[in-house]
Design a binder for this molecule. Structure first.
Ligand SMILES: Nc1ncnc2c1ncn2[C@@H]1O[C@H](COP(=O)(O)OP(=O)(O)O)[C@@H](O)[C@H]1O
Ligand SMILES: [Mg+2]
Length: 308
């Protein structure tokens, strides 16, 4: 196991250190000479501050071999919904349009929409940027909804195929009747077909363990262990294997005092639990620092614990 897979997803609950780990991995990859793209999905994260550069929706170079990109999930959700509206414009009767738009705007506010839009964006990045970079590192991993979306080509393959065939047939009939046998354009056919192909292509990359690495970050505490186990099992169900567990914010040996000694005793138990719960995964411990990770030097210090 090494850190040089083309695609790296860094998952885990809020606050455990995903964005920090992803940034540290990116700095390390760039230092090793790999053209690296760090994709941050966390608007609160200080990726821009760390590199002293404003980062936005397009890759900007922040260092030698290192580019960064920030995804704003609100912007992506609006874009996504607008695109859905555009796609259905041709199929929905104009009298129904207002109602359909109302429904879509309601959908936009639902939590699943953010995830779906974000995932759509991740797929675009993988498909469009992969050839330009040696490594793409995301500070998020597919979860719940999005994993199910990933299995879409498989689950819905038959359904979409059927739909496509039917539409094709209808179109051929139309062509014969209305268009002197010339094919009529079918935007929905094209949209469906393109979507199916994109999902299938992305899936091929994501399900190939020689290309994609799934990393989970947790802290040595009870709930994160349980939640990480659940997330790993869910990914497994869809044939995606978590290969690395980053155990972040482990009390350093140098931390002393009675209070910390007591905490360390509990922590030892959790560290043991983690070893027992994730026997198949590479497990890496990263000590808690006395302060937040806010500079490039902090990141480099952090990345020294990651191994190569
Ligand atoms: N090993 C560590 N020691 C001290 N602070 C850390 C460590 N890892 C992360 N942090 C801090 O914890 C906070 C949450 O980290 P972050 O990477 O933003 O988490 P996430 O992306 O999982 O929400 C940040 O303030 C970060 O600087
Ligand atoms: Mg984050």
């Amino acid at each position: 196991m090494s850190w040089n897979k083309e695609i790296v997803f860094v998952g885990g609950k809020g606050g455990v250190g995903k964005s920090t780990s992803a940034a540290a991995l990116a700095v390390q990859a760039a230092a090793a000479g790999r053209r690296t793209l760090l994709v941050s999905t966390d608007p609160a994260h200080n990726t821009g501050d760390i590199f002293g550069r404003e980062i936005g929706g397009k890759p900007v170079q922040v260092e030698d071999h290192l580019w960064a990109l920030e995804i704003d999930s609100e912007v992506e959700t609006s874009r996504y919904i607008a695109q859905v509206k555009e796609n259905i414009r041709e199929t929905v009767h104009s009298g129904m349009m207002e109602e359909v738009h109302r429904q879509l705007d309601t959908a936009k506010a639902s939590p699943g929409a953010d995830e779906a839009a974000l995932f759509d964006k991740l797929i675009s990045i993988i498909l469009e940027e992969r050839s330009r970079f040696d490594q793409i590192i995301f500070d998020t991993a597919p979860t719940g909804h999005t994993i199910r979306l990933l299995s879409l080509p498989e689950l819905m393959g038959v359904w979409i195929e059927g739909l496509l065939k039917k539409r094709k047939k209808t179109n051929e009939n139309y062509s014969r009747l209305l268009n002197d046998g010339e094919p009529v354009e079918d935007p929905i056919y094209d949209v469906l077909k393109e979507r199916q192909e994109r999902f299938a292509k992305a899936r091929e990359v994501l399900l190939d363990p020689s290309l994609t690495s799934f990393v989970f970050v947790l802290n040595p505490e009870r709930l994160p262990i349980l939640e990480t186990k659940k997330a790993c099992d869910l990914l497994e169900t869809y044939d995606m294997r978590v290969d690395t567990i980053l155990i972040n914010k482990v009390l350093p040996d140098s931390a002393d005092g009675e209070f910390l000694a007591e905490r360390r005793r509990h922590e030892l138990q959790y560290l043991q639990d983690i070893d027992d719960t994730f026997p198949q995964q590479r497990r890496i411990r990263i000590p808690m620092q006395p302060h937040d990770i806010t500079s490039k030097a902090d990141l480099e210090a952090f990345s020294r614990h990651l191994g190569s």
